[in-house]
Structures are given as C-alpha cells and as structure tokens.
Design a protein around this ligand. Sequence first.
Ligand SMILES: *[C@@H]1O[C@H](CO)[C@@H](O)[C@H](O)[C@H]1NC(C)=O
Ligand SMILES: *[C@@H]1O[C@H](CO)[C@@H](O)[C@H](O)[C@H]1NC(C)=O
Ligand SMILES: *[C@@H]1O[C@H](CO)[C@@H](O)[C@H](O)[C@H]1NC(C)=O
Ligand SMILES: *[C@@H]1O[C@H](CO)[C@@H](O)[C@H](O)[C@H]1NC(C)=O
Ligand SMILES: *[C@@H]1O[C@H](CO)[C@@H](O)[C@H](O)[C@H]1NC(C)=O
Ligand SMILES: *[C@@H]1O[C@H](CO)[C@@H](O)[C@H](O)[C@H]1NC(C)=O
Length: 252
Amino acid sequence: MVARTMIIAFLILLTYLSVTNASNITTDEASLLAFKAQITSEPNEMLSKNWTKGTHICNWIGISCSKKHQRVTSLVLKSFGFRGSIATNIGELSFLSFLDVGNNSFYGQIPDEIGRLKYLYLQMNNLTGQIPQSLGFLTRLQVLHLSENRLFGNVPLSLFSVSSLKDIDLSRNYELTGSLPNEICTNLPVLEYISLQDNQFVGELPTGLNKCTKLEVLSLSYNKFTGNLPRDMWNMSKVQELFLGWNNFTGT
Ligand SMILES: *[C@@H]1O[C@H](CO)[C@@H](O)[C@H](O)[C@H]1NC(C)=O
Ligand SMILES: *[C@@H]1O[C@H](CO)[C@@H](O)[C@H](O)[C@H]1NC(C)=O
Ligand SMILES: *[C@@H]1O[C@H](CO)[C@@H](O)[C@H](O)[C@H]1NC(C)=O
Ligand SMILES: *[C@@H]1O[C@H](CO)[C@@H](O)[C@H](O)[C@H]1NC(C)=O
Ligand SMILES: *[C@@H]1O[C@H](CO)[C@@H](O)[C@H](O)[C@H]1NC(C)=O
Ligand SMILES: *[C@@H]1O[C@H](CO)[C@@H](O)[C@H](O)[C@H]1NC(C)=O
C-alpha cells in the first residue's frame, strides 16, 4: 500500500517536472507574440515590422538571448511610445532576467506571473492596481523601478524581504501606502537606493536604519510619516542623499 502510494507520488512528480520543462525557443516565441498582441498602439509599427515569424526571435528588436541555450534573457523596449497592457505570457519566458518597458503607456495591472527577474523596469507608464504580492517571491530581484505610474494601496510586506534588492523606486505613484518594517535592514542587506517619495506612506521610521550599511540614497519626502526620527539614523555611514521633507515628523 505504502509502495503504491509512493509510486503514484513519483508519477505525479514526473508529470510535474515534464510540464515545467516544457518551455523552449518555440514557447518563447509564442509568449513574445502574445505580448505583442496586447500592444494596441505602436508608433512606426516597430514590432509589426520587426517581430516577424520569418526571423529568429533572438534577432528581434529589444530581445537578447543566452548564447548557450538561445533562450530569451532580456526584453528592453523603453521609450517606444507603446500603448497596451502587459500580457501575463511574459511570465512564461522562463529565462527572462531583464525586463525594461519603462517610459511607454502601458496600462492595467502588473501581471502576477512575471518570471524570475533580476531587473524590472516599469517606471513612467500608466499601470494601476496594487503591487502584486508575487513580486515579493522574485528571489533574485536586484532592481525594481515602478515610479510614475498610478499604483495604489498597500505595498506587499514581502517586497521588503527580497534580500537581493539593491534599488527600489516606488516614487510618484501618489497613492501607495504602507510603512517601513522594523527588520528592513536585516532583510535587505545590500540595499543601496530606496525612494518612496510622493506617496501616502505612514507610521514611524524604524530604528536600525544604520544597519543598511550600503544605503546611499533614502528618499521619503512627500508622505505621511510621523513620530521622531530615530537617533541611530545619523549613523548611516554611506548615505549621501537623505530626503525627509514634507512629512509629519515631530521633534527636532
Ligand atoms: C517545444 O515544446 C513544445 C511543447 O512544449 C513541443 O511541442 C515542441 O516540439 C518543442 N520544440 C522544440 C524546438 O523543441
Ligand atoms: C529588427 O531590428 C533589429 C535591431 O534593430 C535589426 O537588426 C533587424 O535586422 C530587424 N529585422 C527586421 C526583419 O527588420
Ligand atoms: C520617453 O519617451 C519619449 C518617446 O516616446 C522620449 O521622447 C522621451 O525623451 C523619453 N523620456 C525619458 C525620460 O526617457
Ligand atoms: C494615462 O491614462 C489617463 C487616463 O486614461 C490618460 O488621460 C493619460 O493620457 C495616460 N497617460 C499616459 C502616459 O499614457
Ligand atoms: C553611532 O556612531 C558613534 C561613533 O561612530 C558610536 O559611538 C555610537 O555608538 C553609534 N550609535 C549607534 C546608535 O549606532
Ligand atoms: C500632522 O500632524 C498634525 C499635528 O499632530 C495633525 O493635525 C495633522 O492632521 C497631521 N497631518 C497628517 C497629514 O498626518
């Protein structure tokens, strides 16, 4: 009986493994075409002319592939004036580590499934809704730029535990809220830059910010932070730029 259960479990595992390994260059192409299909307006028909079935996807504009496996590792289409939503199919590009579609007019929500990214640049678009919880599970993420969109609501706490994060910019969404967790420096040991400027963040600043030993820029202006500034903040060794104005801090 036990053996039989184990065999069944093994078969389920095998099925699972073969499903997760099913992606290849052909599925990458299908994912990119699905991404293109959700772009409803593109000046100069850039993608329509360039992302054509006849040419290898690694030669498509904005695409880079890994040399060894010829799989899509990077998608860079910034400042192209594209309008549309970001297709969830992007999450099927299983080797994608760099995604930059900043400074376009992408609207709608940030997809829940967004792969295994190291770099995510979505700034200067028209994205709305909440920041998906799933971004907090991108365990290799180093850069997260979501500034100048129309994102709102609570920033998932999980985001402040992605220990690889070096650079976080959530500024100028105007309606993002949340507070800085106590363990922020323990959980983000390599953090160099964080801007939450022009939002609705609340609460007191945690003590221990001096433990963010690599932090160079801390920008919290134009929010609703309250309370006293923790004394140990003045011990942040590397900080070169500190913006705290236009909050509701008390004392001096
Ligand atoms: C890619 O995977 C699909 C299904 O996952 C399969 O049908 C196809 O033959 C594969 N193509 C290549 C080039 O391996
Ligand atoms: C697509 O754009 C790339 C990069 O600019 C270029 O090298 C390639 O020749 C273009 N392909 C077509 C079919 O226009
Ligand atoms: C944004 O993109 C437009 C073209 O669509 C370009 O003219 C402008 O310089 C870009 N702005 C930035 C800050 O990159
Ligand atoms: C964002 O959306 C609003 C409302 O739909 C629109 O008025 C505005 O032009 C859009 N901005 C950009 C940069 O696409
Ligand atoms: C701040 O730094 C000073 C001198 O480097 C040190 O004496 C003090 O203990 C530090 N305080 C905190 C709270 O880390
Ligand atoms: C800032 O603090 C003052 C005095 O405590 C209070 O009246 C005001 O409502 C606060 N404003 C915000 C935006 O929290």
